[in-house]
Design a protein around this ligand. Structure first.
Ligand SMILES: Cc1cc2nc3c(=O)[nH]c(=O)nc-3n(C[C@H](O)[C@H](O)[C@H](O)COP(=O)(O)OP(=O)(O)OC[C@H]3O[C@@H](n4cnc5c(N)ncnc54)[C@H](O)[C@@H]3O)c2cc1C
Length: 393
């Protein structure tokens, strides 16, 4: 194969969603030579170009912050430059416990977040390539040696010592032959709408808010007879987008054109749960309120007050693949535990952890499953992570 460009990296991150950026920023700050590849022309994935600009909680809705680190940093750096709805009690920095049931959540500008993500990435010293479609990992048995990338100029090749799959679709693990599981999705099509009469109350979500076609979280509104696609074939992705756009146009036709306008369509398919790795450990609802010796972080379940999980390290890699790590919504979690771990703050959190683990693996020349978890835990603690729910911070 004739490649138009060949370069070596310590770590290649596939996918520039929030998870990919959190991984790349983390690894670059740790001094690694890092490349992030994104197939579109903006960073943030579903959170930005997918129009899902609602940051689910960093806390358990009972006053305890569970997620800090790069995840919290991305949120705070974004809302510095845009309107947001972060409750006042969570606006103070470095608060881990307080007497409140307010959730640490907010709306944010997807456009501003894309720009901030690029800023963070370049500031950290990572290389970035847009409009770069990663096709196949180049494998030597179960070890990834590099990846091939399609660009407008031709095919490029990047070798790496570790690869972080932050594709949102588990593409690299799947193409490397690793065991993965598919999801099932209600037909949801979120566009952005501008309301011409926002009313008296200041309400961001109305001025530029979601317009949901099909189903929200519950399945109510899912079109009759339409399959619950995983989103793992070209046909599924096409049918999903075509159906969403047709349904939206039907709704627009029935509305007063002088009352509101649809201002943005999602630039990526809005499947919530496409595919995840089957890791050394698979999180399920049996892990609710369960402490794990190899926990690398805690997270809430956004819709349920007080719920919490500890995230075992074994969710971030596939045991037979020594130098591949999973980040974001593709980690090894199933059912409602997948639902809990796929959201924006947790995607950023697992991505930072995967990057820190990849750096330890490279520095000690060990496979993913041999990373010293106590070393990882102690580094994470020093960098704004709650490892165990009961930890005093
Ligand atoms: C309908 C819907 C509603 C949601 N609501 C919320 C909500 O209210 N709050 C919340 O916190 N979360 C919500 N989520 C979940 C959340 O948005 C995502 O799970 C999260 O943003 C995933 O981040 P990620 O970086 O793991 O993946 P993604 O955002 O999917 O990012 C993956 C990136 O990889 C790139 N990529 C993929 N393949 C390749 C390739 N071959 N080569 C190069 N680049 C590639 C993509 O372009 C993309 O930029 C919702 C999701 C959906 C679908």
């Amino acid at each position: 194969m004739n490649y138009i460009l060949k370069k070596d990296y310590d770590i290649v991150v596939v996918g520039g969603g929030v998870a990919g950026v959190a991984s790349a920023v983390t690894a670059a700050r740790l001094g690694k030579k890092v490349l992030l590849l994104e197939k579109t022309a903006a960073l943030g994935g579903l959170a930005t170009i997918g129009l899902i600009n609602w940051w689910e909680p960093l806390c358990n809705a009972e006053g305890k912050k569970l997620i800090g680190g790069v995840s919290e940093e991305i949120l705070r750096r974004t809302i510095k430059y845009c309107m947001h709805r972060l409750p006042e009690c969570w606006q103070k920095e470095n608060v881990w416990e307080q007497d409140t049931e307010s959730r640490y959540v907010t709306h944010f500008s997807p456009t501003v977040m894309s720009l901030v993500l690029q800023d963070m990435l370049l500031e950290a010293g990572a290389d970035l390539r847009y409009d770069a479609l990663v096709t196949y990992p180049d494998m030597d048995g179960k070890t990834v040696k590099g990846i091939a990338v399609e660009t407008v100029g031709g095919t490029e090749y990047y070798s790496c010592r570790a690869l972080i799959d932050a594709s949102g679709t588990c593409l690299m693990f799947d193409r490397a032959g690793a065991l993965c599981k598919n999801g099932e999705n209600y037909m949801s099509y979120y566009s952005h709408i501008t309301d011409f009469a926002p009313g008296k109350e200041y309400n961001m979500l109305k001025v530029r808010g979601w317009h949901i076609t099909g189903s929200g979280m519950t399945g109510k509104g899912h079109p009759e007879g339409f399959p619950y696609y995983a989103g793992v074939t070209g046909d599924e992705v096409n049918n999903y987008i075509i159906k969403g756009q047709s349904m939206l146009l039907d709704e627009i036709k029935a509305k007063d054109p002088l009352a509101q306008e649809i201002v943005a369509l999602p630039m990526m398919p809005q499947f919530r749960m496409i595919r995840h790795i089957v890791g050394d450990y698979e999180m399920t609802m049996d892990d609710l309120y369960k402490s794990h010796a190899d926990s690398v972080g805690t997270c809430p379940y956004f819709g349920h007050k007080g719920y919490w999980f500890e995230i075992p390290y074994g969710t971030l890699y596939s045991p037979e693949y020594p130098n591949m790590f999973a980040a974001g919504r593709i980690i090894s979690a199933h059912g409602d535990a997948w639902d809990a771990t796929r959201v924006i703050p947790v995607a950023c959190q697992t991505a930072e952890i995967a990057a820190r683990a990849a750096v330890i693996a490279i520095d000690n020349n060990v496979p993913a499953r041999k990373v010293d978890v106590s070393e990882l835990q102690s580094i994470l603690r020093k960098n704004g992570h709650r490892i165990h729910f009961e930890d005093k911070i």
